[in-house]
Design a protein around this ligand. Sequence first.
Ligand code: GLN
Length: 240
Amino acid sequence: MQQGEDLQQDVHIGILALQGAFAEHQVMLKKVPSKRKIVIILVRTQDDLASCNALIIPGGESTTIALLARLAGILEPLREFAKKKPIWGTCAGAILLASAIENPKKGGQELLSGMSVTVARNGWGSQVESFEAPLEVEGLRESERPFHGIFIRAPVVTAIHTTPSDPPIVVISRISTSLLPSSQTIVSPDEDDTDPRDPRTIVALRQGKHLLTSFHPELTKDNRFHEYFVTECVFPSLLS
Ligand code: GLN
């Protein structure tokens, strides 16, 4: 047990439940073994959000989630939340977490600016170009066992723009360029085809307490990413 940690206290993890795969996240999170009791909150209002120690933003449609968040009056509270507490964004949730976007909805779309990355919406192409690929992920339990990445109109990380005062970005998974849909043309200059110089190969990264995955761990039966978020992002943030 780490200093300052109260194992008796429940941990409240919210899942933004306005649109998208929030029910799937709920099922996965319930299965995470934890030394502290995890209380799952489906977040739809500012009060729901206020009771959370951390938040998951699911995949779905980022423009719809942002619109519904504005209508529910929780867009600003979400931005404030991102400054203090851990958020994990999956796919559409990753878009919301970003601070800049390429190919936004016509007229622009709102972001939470929780992470210093630019993402290209639908960057790997349309629904028919959705794909699945095995991923190596650093820090995951049994990390030698690949994680099954499901990419559905996924965003692509196109730039990282940390300033000296930002927490550093830690890339925990890159996709092999040979596994991308054939329409994609990231040409790798070296033997190892996870090109470390091209941000577009990044599919999972951390910045401070936040986690971003451009794919959908909640659509698998493997809850190692949910476990990772709880142990690596949520628990440490309770001590600070
Ligand atoms: N392309 C979608 C968006 O713009 C994300 C797709 C997804 O979450 N599977 O939000």
